[in-house]
Design a protein. Structure first.
Length: 1082
C-alpha cells in the first residue's frame, strides 16, 4: 500500500502532457491485449460454435434416424398387438384353454417368422405370458447363416425388463438401455450389444397380459450411424451406462466380437476411464432440462457432449461427443502477436499528436467551468455555472446548459422542500393526537402542539428530554430504546400496534391513552414516531356503558327474586278472600282484595320494567309463529269491552282485508295492543274507543283511537319516555306508572315496526302500530339451554327400599330387621323416636316401622320430627301394636299413621307383616302431588290450596331432596320451580323424562325467571304446563291440577278408596276465575 501511494504521488506531480503520454502508452498496451483477447475469444467462439453446430447437426441426424427407426418398431409392435393370432392368444389365455393357446401360438410363430425375415435389424422376437413370464413364441435370426428360425422357449420372469414392462401402462413402447444380451443368465459370445423394444398387450380386468419383445442388435444401428456421419465417424459415442460405443481410437470401442474386458464380458473402457468423471452424475437431467448438453475440459481442450433419447416416451439415450477444433483460432492469435510492437508505436504517436491538438480545445473551457462550479451557492450566487459557454454547440455548450438547468432544478427543489416542510409542520401541529419524534437514544427531537394541550408541556420545554417522561415510572419501559430496537429490528416503517396504556401529564395526572410506534430512517439512523391518543372520553363512555349494561343485567336477573314474593302475596291474599267469603266477613274480604289488586299492579309494573331492562341488555327474544287474527281480535275485544265499561265507554273493533294468519310474536303484539287499549280506557270517560286493524302493503296496521282528554305537542314529545306521562295532573287523577308506552315503543322497535301518535287537546288521541309481516315463519337456529341437553336413557331400576325399625326390644328389633333383609330390603334400627329422628337424617329411610309403641303420641312424635326435616318429609310411618281386647296374643294390629289405614295381621304369618311394610313404603307417594319451591311463602300457599282439595301433598324446598324422593317413588304430579338450590328444575325434568317409570308423570312448571325462546320450546316439549309467577290465580291453579290428576287416573290405595273420595268434590268448591296463562314469551 505504501509503495502504491508513493507511485501515485509521483504521478500526481507530473504535468498534464506527461500524464497524457503515460496514459496513451498504457492505453496502447491495453488495446493490444484487448485485440489479442478479442481475437482469441472470437476464434474460440467460432470453434465452439462450429463444433456445437457440427455436433448438433450430427445429433439431429442421428436422432432423426433413431426416431424413425423406433417409430418403425412402434408401428410393427402395434401391428402385431392387433393381429388376429395375438388376439386369439389373449382369448385362449383368458379362457384358460391350452389347446386354443397352442393353435394361436403356432399361427403367431408363423407370423413372426415372416415378419423377422423382412426386418434385418431385429434378430430376435418373442411373445411372453405377462402372468407367468413363460415365453409363448420365440423366433430369432441366425447371424452366421442369416436364416430365421424358432428357438427353445424360456422363462423371463427373472429378467429386469420383464418387471419394467409390467410397470408400464398397456400400449406404451418399452425401450431398454444398450447392453449385452444374455441367454439363460450368461452373456452371449460373441458379444451381442442389444436394444430391447416391447409392449404390454391386454391385461384389462381379469385377462392376463402378454408382452411382445424385439431384440435389435446395436451393431446394425452403429453401422447405419457410421454411414450417416461419413467423415465424422471419429466422433465419440457412449451408451447410457457410459460404455464406449464409438471412438477415434478403435481400441477403446465396444468389443463386438470378443470377451475382452471383465470376466462377464463387459467391455473394459468407459467414460470414467477416459475423462475421470462419473457418467451418471454428469448427465443426470436437471430440473426443466429437455436435452442434457455438457461441456468439459480434457487435456487442455473442450469436449462437447449431447444426449440423444432413443424414443420420445423413454428415458433411454445415447451420448454423442466431439472435441473443439483448435486450428480455427491459433493462426489469428499468432498474427496479432507478431505485429504487437508496430501497433504499439503507432498508437503512441497517434496519441501524442491527438493530445497536442485537442488540449487547447479541452482544458481551457474545462478549467473555466470548474471555477464557476466552485463559486456557485444555490439561492445566493448571482452567477450560475455555464456562463459564457451557453452559446457553444459542442460538448462544452451541452455541459454548460446542463449545469444551468441543474442549478435551476436545485433551487426549485429547495423552495419546494421549504414549502413542504412548512406544510408538514402545520399538519404536524394541527393533529389532535400527541405526536412525538424520538431518536434511537430515546431523546425527544420534536413534538406537536397537541402535546401542550394534552400533557401541559411547552414544545421548547420537552425537546431534549427522554421520551419516558410521558409515561408513569411503572410503564416507562414501554419506550425504552433497547425495547424499541428489539421490537423493530432492521425493518423500515414497522408499526407497534396501538395498545391501551397510561400517560402522565406535566402535573402528574394519569391519562388513559392508546400508544403506537412507527419507525423512520435507516437502521443506523433510526428514529421513532410515537402517537398518543387521549382515551379519557372513550374510557368514561365505556364505563358508563358497562354501568348501564350492569344495571340492565341486574334488573333482568332480579325477575325471579321480585316476582316470587309478590306472587306469594297475591296467593295468600286470594286465600284470605276465599276464607273471608266463606266466613261472611265482607270487610276482611274487601281488604284482602285491595291487597291482591295492589300486588297485581306492582307485579305488572315490575314485569314492564324487567321487559325494558331485557330489551336494553339485548336479552329479550322474539318468537315467530303463525297467529290466527280472528282469535286475537276476539280476545282483545273481550278485554277492551270489560275495561271500557268501567268508565262508561263503548269499545268497537273494525277490521279490513285481514289475512287468516300472520307470522309474528303473538304475546308481544297482544301486550302492546292491550297497553294502548288500557291507556285509552283510562283517559276516556263517557266516550268511544275504536280499534282499527287492517293489512298494509307489507305490514299490519293497528290504530287505537279514543275521544278522551287528548294531549298537546309538548306532552306528546314526553309520553314515550321511561316513567313519563303527559303531566303530573294526569298521573294524579288517572294513575299509571308511565312504563307501558315506553315498553310498547321498545317492543315495536325490536319487531322492526313503529308506533305513531296523533292527538288534540280535549278531542282525543290515536296511536298507530305498524308491524312488518313475514311471508313465512322465520326459521331460527336456537340452541337449547345448557340445562336442557339431550337426554340419555336412565336406569329405571329403583334401589331396594330403606326401612327403619323402631323398637326398644333389641331381640325383637333384630328379628324383624333380619326378616326384612331376607325380603330384599335395606334396614336400619333405632331404639326410640329421638334416635329414629337422628338416624333418619343420615340414612333417609323410605318407611318407618314402629313396634311396641302402644302410645300413639310416641309414633306421632316420629312423624312430627320427620316433618321438621326437609329430607324426611313425606316418609310413611306404620306401627305394629297389640289390639285392644286381644286375649290370644297371637295377632297384632297394623296401623299406617300416614294415611290412617289399619288391619289385623297374624304374627305367625310373617308374609303378612312384610306385605304390610311394602304397602307402607308405597303409601307415601302414590296419588300424591310433589311441590318443589324454594320460597317458603309460595310453598306454603300452594300446599294449603292443594290440601283443601283433598290431594296428598309432599313438599320440598330444594331440588336435591326432591330428586332423591322421585328416584324411589312415583307421585301423581310434580309442581316445580326452576331456580332451586342444589339440583335445578331443568335437571329434574330431564331425569324424569329419561326414566320409564316417571316419563308419564305430569309436570307443571311455575317460574319467575325470564326464559329464552329455546328454553320455552324445550319446556313446552317436556312439561304439561309452564306458568309464570303472577300470571295465574290460586283457584284456577288448583282446579287445573285436580283435572290433570283425574285425567291420568292415578289412584292411591288408602283404605281401598280413590283419593278423590276423601274430600268434597273439588269442582263444587272452586270458583272459575281465569285459566293460568302459559308464559310463551317470557
Amino acid at each position: 500500500m505504501n509503495v502504491l501511494s508513493r507511485q501515485m504521488y509521483w504521478f500526481r506531480r507530473l504535468g498534464l502532457g506527461a500524464k497524457t503520454g503515460l496514459i496513451l502508452i498504457g492505453y496502447s498496451l491495453v488495446m493490444l491485449a484487448v485485440i489479442a483477447a478479442v481475437v482469441y475469444r472470437d476464434g474460440t467462439q467460432q470453434a465452439n460454435l462450429l463444433t456445437r453446430e457440427r455436433l448438433a447437426g450430427l445429433t439431429l441426424a442421428g436422432e432423426q434416424y433413431i426416431r424413425e427407426f423406433t417409430e418403425g418398431i412402434r408401428r410393427d409392435v402395434s401391428f402385431l398387438s392387433h393381429s388376429v393370432p395375438l388376439q386369439d392368444m389373449l382369448a385362449a389365455l383368458a379362457a384358460g384353454s391350452p389347446g386354443e393357446l397352442a393353435a394361436a401360438s403356432t399361427h403367431m410363430e408363423r407370423l413372426l417368422l415372416a415378419f423377422l425375415a423382412s426386418r434385418p435389424a431385429i434378430y430376435q422376437a418373442r411373445v411372453i405370458n405377462g402372468a407367468t413370464g413363460d415365453e409363448l413364441v420365440r423366433v430369432q435370426r441366425d447371424l452366421m447363416a442369416g436364416t430365421v428360425q424358432t428357438a427353445p422357449l424360456q422363462n423371463k420372469r427373472h429378467r429386469d425388463y420383464f418387471a419394467a414392462m409390467l410397470a408400464q401402462p398397456p400400449g406404451r413402447l418399452y425401450v431398454s438401455t444398450i447392453n449385452l444380451n444374455r441367454e439363460n443368465g450368461a452373456v452371449e459370445v460373441p458379444h451381442r450389444p442389444s436394444i430391447r423394444f416391447g409392449q404390454v398387450v391386454g391385461g384389462a380386468g381379469d385377462q392376463p397380459p402378454v408382452m411382445i419383445v424385439f431384440n435389435v442388435g446395436f451393431r446394425h444401428l452403429a453401422f447405419r450411424l457410421a454411414q450417416l456421419y461419413g467423415d465424422s465417424a471419429k466422433l465419440m459415442l457412449f451408451n447410457d451406462k457410459g460404455q464406449v460405443l464409438s471412438h477415434p481410437d478403435p481400441s477403446l470401442e465396444f468389443d463386438f466380437d470378443t470377451s475382452a474386458g471383465q470376466n462377464d464380458g463387459t467391455p473394459g473402457t468407459t467414460f470414467k476411464d477416459l475423462f475421470g468423471l462419473d457418467f451418471a452424475t454428469l448427465f443426470a437431467p436437471k430440473e426443466g432440462e429437455v436435452q442434457a448438453d455438457r461441456v468439459i475440459r480434457h487435456d487442455g481442450a473442450k469436449v462437447m457432449f449431447h444426449r440423444m433419447r432413443l424414443h420420445p416416451s423413454s428415458d433411454r439415450a445415447i451420448v454423442l461427443g466431439a472435441e473443439r477444433e483448435r486450428s480455427l483460432y491459433a493462426g489469428a492469435l499468432h498474427s496479432v502477436l507478431d505485429h504487437a510492437w508496430t501497433l504499439a508505436v503507432g498508437f503512441l504517436v497517434f496519441g501524442l499528436i491527438l493530445f497536442a491538438v485537442m488540449s487547447g480545445f479541452l482544458l481551457r473551457p474545462l478549467y473555466r467551468l470548474v471555477d464557476q462550479i466552485d463559486a456557485y451557492e444555490p439561492g445566493k450566487s448571482l452567477t450560475r455555472p455555464g456562463a459564457g459557454l451557453l452559446g457553444r454547440q459542442d460538448e462544452f455548450g451541452y455541459l454548460a446548459r446542463g449545469l444551468r438547468a441543474m442549478s435551476h432544478r436545485i433551487e426549485a427543489q429547495m423552495r419546494a422542500a421549504r414549502e413542504a416542510r412548512n406544510d408538514m409542520r402545520q399538519v404536524f401541529d394541527a393533529g389532535t393526537d400527541a405526536i412525538v419524534l424520538v431518536s434511537d437514544l430515546g431523546v425527544i427531537e420534536d413534538a406537536n402542539r397537541a402535546v401542550e394541550r394534552l400533557f401541559g408541556w411547552k414544545r421548547h420545554e420537552i425537546l431534549g428530554r427522554r421520551s419516558d417522561i410521558l409515561l408513569p415510572p411503572e410503564d416507562a419501559q414501554i419506550l425504552d430504546p433497547e425495547r424499541l430496537r428489539r421490537l423493530n429490528g432492521d425493518e423500515i416503517g414497522v408499526v407497534d400496534r396501538a395498545f391501551l396504556t397510561r400517560a402522565v401529564t406535566r402535573h402528574g395526572r394519569i391519562v388513559p391513552v392508546t400508544l403506537d410506534i412507527a419507525t423512520l430512517g435507516e437502521p443506523q439512523w433510526r428514529r421513532y414516531v410515537i402517537n398518543l391518543h387521549d382515551m379519557s372520553e372513550a374510557v368514561a363512555l365505556e364505563t358508563a356503558r358497562e354501568a348501564s349494561a350492569a344495571k340492565s343485567r341486574f334488573l333482568a336477573n332480579m325477575s325471579h327474586e321480585l316476582r316470587t314474593p309478590l306472587n306469594a302475596v297475591t296467593l295468600h291474599a286470594e286465600m284470605i278472600v276465599d276464607a273471608a267469603e266463606d266466613n261472611g266477613d265482607s270487610e276482611m274480604q274487601e281488604d284482602a282484595a285491595n291487597i291482591k289488586n295492589a300486588a297485581n299492579h306492582l307485579l305488572d309494573l315490575i314485569n314492564g320494567i324487567l321487559d325494558l331492562a331485557r330489551i336494553e341488555s339485548g336479552r329479550l327474544e322474539l318468537s315467530s309463529e303463525p297467529v290466527a287474527l280472528d282469535d286475537l281480535v276476539e280476545e282483545i275485544n273481550a278485554f277492551g269491552v270489560t275495561l271500557a265499561r268501567k268508565q262508561n265507554n263503548a269499545f268497537e273493533i273494525e277490521t279490513s282485508g285481514l289475512p287468516a294468519t300472520v307470522t309474528l310474536d303473538r304475546l308481544r303484539l297482544r301486550q302492546c295492543v292491550l297497553n294502548l287499549v288500557s291507556n285509552a280506557a283510562k283517559f276516556t270517560r263517557n266516550g268511544r274507543i275504536t280499534m282499527r286493524m287492517e293489512r298494509g302493503p307489507a305490514d299490519l296496521i293497528i290504530a287505537i283511537s279514543d275521544t278522551g282528554i287528548g294531549m298537546t305537542e309538548e306532552e306528546m314529545g314526553r309520553i314515550f319516555g321511561m316513567f313519563e306521562q303527559a303531566n303530573t295532573y294526569v298521573h294524579g287523577s288517572h294513575g299509571g306508572s308511565g312504563v307501558g308506552l315506553a315498553l310498547t315503543r321498545s317492543i315495536m322497535d325490536l319487531m322492526g315496526g313503529g308506533v305513531h301518535v296523533e292527538s288534540r287537546k280535549g278531542e282525543g288521541t290515536t296511536f298507530e302500530l305498524r308491524i312488518p309481516l313475514l311471508d313465512a315463519p322465520q326459521q331460527r337456529d336456537q340452541a337449547r339451554p345448557s340445562s336442557a341437553q339431550p337426554m340419555a336413557p336412565a336406569n329405571d331400576t329403583a334401589p331396594s327400599s330403606m326401612v327403619m325399625v323402631v323398637d326398644g326390644d333389641d331381640q325383637r328389633r333384630a328379628a324383624l330387621m333380619k326378616a326384612l333383609t331376607s325380603a330384599g330390603h335395606r334396614v336400619v334400627g333405632a331404639s326410640s323416636p329421638e334416635d329414629a329422628a337422628e338416624r333418619g337424617g343420615a340414612h333417609r329411610p323410605d318407611a318407618v316401622v314402629a313396634v311396641g309403641l302402644d302410645d300413639h303420641g310416641a309414633a306421632n312424635n316420629i312423624i312430627r320430627r320427620f316433618e321438621n326435616h326437609p329430607a324426611l318429609t313425606g316418609v310413611p310411618v306404620m306401627t305394629l301394636e297389640d289390639p285392644k281386647g286381644n286375649d290370644t296374643g297371637n295377632g297384632v294390629l297394623f296401623r299406617n299413621l300416614t294415611c290412617g289405614r289399619e288391619r289385623p295381621v297374624s304374627v305367625g304369618a310373617g308374609q303378612d307383616v312384610l306385605n304390610a311394610v311394602q304397602a307402607c313404603v308405597s303409601c307415601g307417594s302414590e296419588g300424591a302431588v310433589v311441590v318443589v319451591e324454594d320460597d317458603p311463602n309460595m310453598l306454603h300457599a300452594i300446599a294449603r290450596a292443594l290440601d283443601r282439595t283433598g290431594l296428598p301433598v309432599i313438599r320440598f324446598d330444594n331440588g336435591s331432596d326432591a330428586l332423591a324422593f322421585l328416584r324411589r317413588s312415583t307421585p301423581a304430579m310434580v309442581l316445580l320451580d326452576l331456580a332451586l338450590p342444589g339440583t335445578g328444575g331443568f335437571d329434574i325434568v330431564r331425569t324424569m323424562r329419561a326414566s320409564a317409570r316417571l316419563a308419564t308423570v305430569p309436570v307443571t312448571v311455575i317460574t319467575g325467571i325470564d326464559l329464552t325462546l329455546a328454553e320455552q320450546a324445550w319446556l313446552r316439549e317436556h312439561c304439561d304446563n309452564v306458568l309464570r309467577k303472577g300470571d295465574f290465580e290460586l283457584e284456577a291453579l288448583t282446579e287445573m291440577l285436580v283435572s290433570s290428576v283425574q285425567a291420568t287416573q292415578l289412584t292411591c290405595l288408602i283404605s281401598g278408596r280413590n283419593v278423590f273420595e276423601t274430600a268434597a268434590d273439588p269442582a263444587s268448591r272452586l270458583r272459575q276465575t281465569r285459566t293460568p296463562e302459559v308464559v310463551s314469551g317470557e
